[in-house]
Design a protein. Structure first.
Length: 671
């Protein structure tokens, strides 16, 4: 038997052994899908069915791609490192870098994130003074513009709101502005390659002939654009294997199309479907509850999770509390009990539907001095300081207008609105930073011109120091950005020194991350460029510290892909799960509940309250319809706190009496 089939169950072996043609692997929660992807990739290479560089694996996180490559390389050696594994957007970035000329982009174009895209939208709105800018939510406009671009303007044809009308007006202007700036946004990373292949048979044939085998992880999360890319890449050979679970499709609100996985066997004729239903994560009792929850959804690929561990385990528990204060107090008691039994804090997760639920819980944990970590907060590279440092690095390498505008007067160097207007008015096809250099030469001696020269000198020196110096990038950042005056900017933006220190720490952390890349890839200009690209396409999953012993707090959306021995799923009530405002799709909300339940390995505790405050008023809270659908025999229900075990009450009373008697004896001795 091949080493790639060893220790696999029959269904996993069938998936790994598949060669030609379309394959749908329905991988239930905890069924070992990563092992299947790794083993299939390794076997195709080991049996010489193709060369490593002719395999493409598309994932949704860089972490997943890196794990796959690491595990295959560990068995096959460095040759397997040639497998292309990465995110959809990473694939698009690579394609556009190879064909920047055909794409009409500068050779070293920039990638902007959502915040920069919103800044462009705000700027475009200034041309529409007849409409109040405050009437629009910029993030909503950007979302509608993205949908317009994906559908070529066909989206929202029935949506007659003024917001949708404005999005249609702004869409072509937004696209034009991106081209003027010589940058792309995340939508462009997929849309441009698709448009280029549609317009050029030569490019299409070149890309379609590059790979013999295509694999896609977390296929249930693909959107319409990603599906089109998958179709294009697999058109020549149909050797497409997708791995996913429609029961875990929970991102419809951000464009994921569950029909992609539901209709895959129809879309690809002669498709082989393999179900991975053996769960290696949870106890039998937890799986019984999970299966019952998801069975209520009718439009799905039928599958039933079966326990591979043969551990019945404790039945899930449902605690019903009078109000949310009692819910928090009892939650703290349960956490303390688990810690007292020898469990680690990091083995415990508290999950909830909406971020707003976490506030009271956080207060309770603080009071009890229980360490915790909230996932899904502001990411490091979404913070202003990190974005500023990245803009300096981008401009030290290949300036683009968005980045250069961000730093041209940071800190203030006399480049005001008049100077910017003068720079912009310089005729010709020069880029913005080239115009700035030209303007500075023409106005030598002026404060703004001298400031621009100093900025260019700073950028060149920063690049040289980072690539050639023997001291760490962290220390270089500390020296160079203090000298520049950036530390003073940080100080001025904070009310107290402690806050300034915390924000300056972001600068040093960016330096530490860059040092890590230098250690892994060598200290060079290429590595510095790789760092800027990676951080522009950063994966939040790689920004976490998993070593601290802290209770994990997160939303149900954030918990997907994770597992914990003990899970508390709080607020199982109507208006929370399903959510009154966010839960437009009851089936997707039920899938969200299912995802939360299947994170638990050993024990699951659900909670709900009878009264909860909404908008400052105490209101009755009804149990979630998802609870009412379940057989009560699948869980143990408690009204209020945990009941005493046999003899526990007597033991506690005995301990209390002993303590009181001791205190009385000590008092009598003092007398």
């Amino acid at each position: 038997m091949s080493i790639w089939l060893e220790s696999l169950n029959p269904e996993q072996q069938a998936a790994v052994s598949h060669n030609q043609g379309p394959l749908l692997i329905l991988a239930g929660a905890g069924s070992g899908k990563t092992t299947v992807l790794v083993s299939r990739t390794g076997r195709l290479i080991a049996e010489k069915l193709t060369r490593p560089e002719r395999i493409c694996v598309l994932t949704f996180t860089n972490k997943a791609a890196n794990e796959l490559k690491h595990r295959v390389t560990k068995k096959l050696g460095v040759t397997a490192d040639k497998v292309w594994a990465g995110t959809f957007h990473g694939f698009g970035l690579r394609f556009l870098k190879e064909h920047s000329k055909e794409a009409g982009l500068p050779a070293k174009f920039g990638v902007i994130d959502g915040n920069d895209a919103q800044a462009i939208i705000k700027d475009l709105l200034r041309d529409h003074k007849a409409l109040e800018k405050e009437a629009f939510k910029i993030e909503n406009l950007l979302s509608k513009i993205s949908l317009n671009r994906i559908s070529n303007g066909k989206a929202g044809s029935l949506d007659e709101t003024i917001e949708s009308a404005m999005a249609h007006v702004l869409t072509p202007k937004y696209i034009k502005r991106l081209r003027q700036l010589g940058v792309v946004d995340f939508e462009d990373l997929l849309l441009r390659p698709l448009n280029m292949m549609r317009e050029s048979d030569e490019l299409k044939n070149k890309l379609q002939s590059r790979y013999d085998f295509l694999m896609v992880d977390e296929f249930q999360d693909t959107n319409a654009t990603q599906m089109k890319l998958v179709d294009q890449l697999s058109a020549a050979h149909q050797n497409i294997a997708v791995v996913g679970d429609d029961d875990q499709s929970i991102y419809g609100w951000r464009g994921a199309e569950i029909r992609n996985i539901l209709d895959f066997p129809k879309r690809y004729s002669k498709c082989n479907v393999i179900r991975l239903e053996r769960n290696y994560r949870s106890s039998t009792s937890i799986l019984s509850l999970a299966n019952s929850i998801i069975a209520a959804n009718k439009d799905r690929h039928t599958k039933v999770l079966r326990p591979a561990l043969n551990q019945i385990g404790e039945k899930p528990e449902l605690f019903i509390y009078e109000n949310e204060e009692e819910e928090v107090d009892q939650l703290v008691n349960e956490l303390t009990r688990l810690k007292g039994e020898g469990h680690r804090w990091r083995d415990i997760a508290i999950l909830y539907r909406s971020n707003s639920q976490g506030g009271l819980v956080e207060g309770g944990l603080k009071r009890a001095q229980i360490p915790y970590k909230i996932s899904g907060g502001t990411a490091l590279f979404d913070r202003k300081e990190a974005k500023d440092i990245l803009a300096f690095l981008q401009c030290a390498l290949f300036p683009n207008e968005v980045s250069f505008r961000r730093i041209i007067n940071l800190p203030a160097r006399g480049v005001g609105d008049k100077a910017l207007e003068a720079i912009e008015s310089i005729p010709g096809s020069l880029s913005f930073h080239e115009k700035a250099r030209s303007w500075a030469k023409q106005n030598s001696g002026e404060k703004g011109a001298d400031g621009i020269f100093k900025l260019f000198n700073f950028l060149e020196n920063l690049k040289q120091e980072l690539c050639q110096s023997k001291i760490s990038a962290e220390e270089i950042f500390n020296i160079e950005f203090r000298t520049l005056g950036y530390r003073e900017i940080v100080n001025q933006s904070c009310r107290d020194p402690k806050g300034a220190d915390s924000r300056w720490m972001i600068v040093t952390i960016v330096g530490r991350i860059l040092d890590g890349m230098f250690t892994r890839h060598g200290r060079s200009l290429d590595t510095l460029e790789m760092f800027v690209d990676c951080m522009s396409l950063r994966d939040p999953a790689t920004d976490t510290d998993e070593t601290k012993d802290e209770v994990q707090m997160m939303t149900l959306h954030a918990c997907k892909g994770l597992e914990f021995p003990y899970v508390f799923l709080i607020g199982i009530e109507e208006n929370l799960l399903p959510h009154a405002k966010l839960g437009q799709n009851a089936d997707e909300e039920r899938r969200l509940f299912y995802v939360g339940v299947t994170r638990a390995q050993k024990h699951l505790i659900l909670t709900r309250v009878e009264q909860r405050k909404r908008h400052g008023r105490l209101q009755l809270a009804a149990p979630s319809r998802f609870l009412l659908e379940l057989d009560p025999a699948l869980f143990v229900e408690h009204q209020g706190g945990r009941p005493f075990k046999a003899g526990q009450r007597e033991s506690m009373l005995s301990d209390l009496m002993a303590k009181l008697n001791k205190n009385i004896a000590e008092r009598d001795t003092i007398k």
